[in-house]
Design a protein around this ligand. Structure first.
Ligand code: UT7
Length: 304
């Protein structure tokens, strides 16, 4: 069911926040670790620096706290917590630890849909609201630095750590999540994967090709379900993997780069955190006004 059911209870984003761990790793730092150059990394990916050494739980607590504070609610008002992550600190109980640290008492769970995890979680949160929840905290958090092989130049230059969060609240009428599309293609799993306890592995070129195609496909489906076109989008908030992937997708969607949120130069690819980090940056800078249409689109391992 791709378009939001207009008879279901609607939802709106009422608060947001983010967190980046303090340690910054620049491209020049990486030049001392692997055979690479700042010039190559900037030209091929658009990334200049990334934050590392965060923990998924610690970053989630900070981003979640900021989002609750910005919503004007208190932790006791939250009915459910969802954390999107592909790098949990513990086998289970990550979201529960965050819940306890923030002083919430509610149902909690984690979603792993790799870099698409935040958009999957937003749709799941909307489902909870349709079934009666009032306030849902959704956090996207990943500490990819702990599953990155810092001796492998194919991956080490791309990834970073961070967390972003939003509070979703029920509202009268159809709400502000107007359409959605979730998809996955398990046959493409072998081009981007990590074994439990292992490092990120990928076939970069193939991931690149598919990423552009599936982002454009999914975005076009959602535009169609919403009955709008690329021209109507005030801001595109794409997964932050590579500036060339974003540019290629924007070209095909007819959305110019002025209407696109980009933070990857400062953060690298932070997986499930990348879309809420870019959204938080755009909201904080006043790039989104009430009533604006915003298109969130991601892709990730799985492939999701
Ligand atoms: O959340 C999803 C996660 N993954 C992605 O989104 C990855 C998608 N793919 C990409 O972003 C790009 O494919 C990369 C940035 C990974 C690579 O860019 P590319 O333009 O596809 O480069 P390439 O793999 O074709 O490599 C070009 C050259 C090769 O050398 P030769 O064969 O031309 O002599 C590589 O060995 O660059 C070399 N190379 C590097 N050189 C310096 C590969 N990695 C590096 C590096 N520094 N870090």
């Amino acid at each position: 069911m791709p378009a939001t059911d207009s008879s279901a209870r609607g939802a709106t984003i009422i608060g947001w926040g983010s967190y980046l761990p303090p340690k910054v790793l620049t491209n020049h730092d990486l030049e001392r670790m692997v055979d690479t150059s700042d010039e190559w990394i900037v030209e091929r990916s658009g990334i200049r620096e990334r934050h590392v050494d965060g923990t998924t739980i610690g970053m989630s607590i900070e981003a979640g706290r900021a989002a609750i504070q910005s919503s004007g609610l208190s932790p006791a008002d939250i009915d459910a917590l969802i954390i999107a992550t592909t790098t949990p600190d513990k086998q289970w109980g990550n979201a529960a630890t965050v819940q306890d640290a923030l002083g919430m008492r509610c149902g909690v769970f984690e979603i792993n849909a790799a870099c698409s995890g935040f958009v999957y979680s937003l749709v799941a949160a909307h489902g909870l609201i349709a079934m009666g929840a009032t306030n849902v905290l959704v956090i996207g958090a990943d500490s990819l630095s702990k599953i990155t092989d810092w001796n492998d130049r194919n991956t080490a230059v791309l990834f970073g750590d961070g967390a972003g969060a939003v509070v979703l609240q029920s509202c009268d009428g159809p709400g502000e999540l107007v359409a959605w599309d979730l998809d996955a293609d398990g046959s493409a799993g072998p081009i981007l994967w990590a074994d439990v306890g292992g490092y990120i592995q990928m076939e970069g070129k193939e991931v690149f090709r598919r990423a552009v195609r599936i982002m454009v496909d999914s975005a076009n489906k959602v535009l169609h379900h919403a009955g709008v076109s690329g021209d109507d989008i005030a801001l595109l908030v794409p997964h932050q993997a590579n500036i060339r992937i974003i540019q290629a997708a924007c070209d095909r969607l007819g959305v110019d780069m002025d209407r696109t949120a980009v933070v990857l130069d400062r953060m690298g690819n932070t997986s499930a955190a990348s879309i809420p980090l870019a959204l938080d940056d755009a909201l904080t800078k006043g790039r989104i006004a009430p009533g604006d249409l915003v298109l969130l689109v991601g892709f990730g391992g799985g492939m999701t």
